[in-house]
Design a protein around this ligand. Structure first.
Ligand SMILES: C[S@@+](CC[C@H](N)C(=O)[O-])C[C@H]1O[C@@H](n2cnc3c(N)ncnc32)[C@H](O)[C@@H]1O
Length: 286
């Protein structure tokens, strides 16, 4: 998701590397080149747009202590640091390569390796705990939310931003329907990881079962930009096991189908600006 100068090469950053469903963090580690490409291509084109939205929703203010869970290369932590000061911010991610890039870009922030479901931090330490575009990749979502609540101060905010349901996605919904039409139901599940926390009622329930009191929920309309429809198809299909499970012929039908369903979002120069809807859920601890 993002405007990728070299989409096929960087596509593997996408779902495969974002998910920690592989049992151990050791086997999950991605190469440093992939993390550098994430920072260079995906952050400016896609992930950076959401960071101010999440910081605003959590109401973070100067001097507060902020934790960025599953920080990746650190766009949310960096945005928060500009508000609260870098010494008040900690970023945690399971992936050491992402953290290496984060350290290179902002050495003044405290970056730590850890699993969201077992945060390497003491109780009650943060006024705001933020998590952007990552909850859907966690194998233990309820445990991760409980951990976010544990490390939040009494009355502190836990704020999560995650993509809305496919039904609410004007570009990705029809795209996934079309791919499932050509490649079967497995295509739907393989292309749907990003939207796995998209049901707002379910997401609220997850917060509540983790002992967090939801105070506000909201939607935010953003954009996924690509240099072309083909670049989007390469990113979305080649970054999942779907590509290996379909023939070249089916891949070509999906590519042609994408040109049809994404036509309303294509501009004169062939580039694509696909609307992308997210939920922001803010809860309080205690
Ligand atoms: C799509 S990236 C989002 C990164 C960052 N929040 C951003 O907005 O750029 C998802 C991140 O979740 C991290 N991640 C996945 N599972 C995790 C887990 N169980 N604990 C901590 N981080 C995890 C990945 O390493 C990756 O950096």
């Amino acid at each position: 998701m993002g405007q990728l100068p070299d989409a096929p090469a960087t596509a593997r950053l996408h779902d495969r590397t974002m998910s920690s469903s592989i049992e151990s963090s050791e086997s999950f580690q991605i190469p440093i080149e992939a993390a550098e490409a994430y920072e260079a291509a995906f952050v400016p084109a896609f992930f950076s747009q959401w960071a101010p939205v999440l910081c605003d929703a959590a109401g973070i203010m100067s001097g507060q202590r902020v934790l960025d869970v599953a920080c990746g290369t650190g766009i949310v932590a960096r945005t928060a640091a500009d508000i609260v000061g870098p010494t008040n911010v900690v970023g945690v991610d399971i992936n050491e390569a992402m953290l290496s890039v984060a350290r290179r870009v902002r050495p003044d922030i405290d970056w730590r390796q850890g699993d969201a479901a077992a945060l390497p931090l003491p109780d009650l330490g943060f006024d705001a705990v933020l998590c952007q575009m990552a909850l859907m990749f966690f194998p233990e979502r309820a445990a991760a939310l409980r951990e976010m609540g544990r490390v939040a101060a009494t009355g502190g905010a836990v704020a999560v931003l995650a993509p809305s349901d496919l039904d609410a996605q004007p570009a990705y919904g029809p795209l996934v329907d079309m791919a499932a039409h050509h490649a079967g139901p497995e295509a739907r599940s393989l292309l749907s990881t990003y939207f796995a926390c998209g049901d707002l009622a379910e997401l609220r329930g997850l917060f509540e079962s983790a002992g967090l009191r939801v105070t506000t929920t909201g939607g935010h309309a953003g954009m996924a930009r690509f240099p072309s429809v083909d670049a989007l198809v390469a990113t979305e299909v080649e970054s999942t096991p779907l590509r290996e499970r379909i023939t070249d012929d089916v891949y070509e039908r999906i590519r042609l189908g994408a040109h049809e369903v994404l036509a309303p979002f294509t501009t004169g120069d062939g580039s694509l600006a696909a609307p992308f809807e997210c939920h922001v859920v803010v809860a309080r601890q205690g």
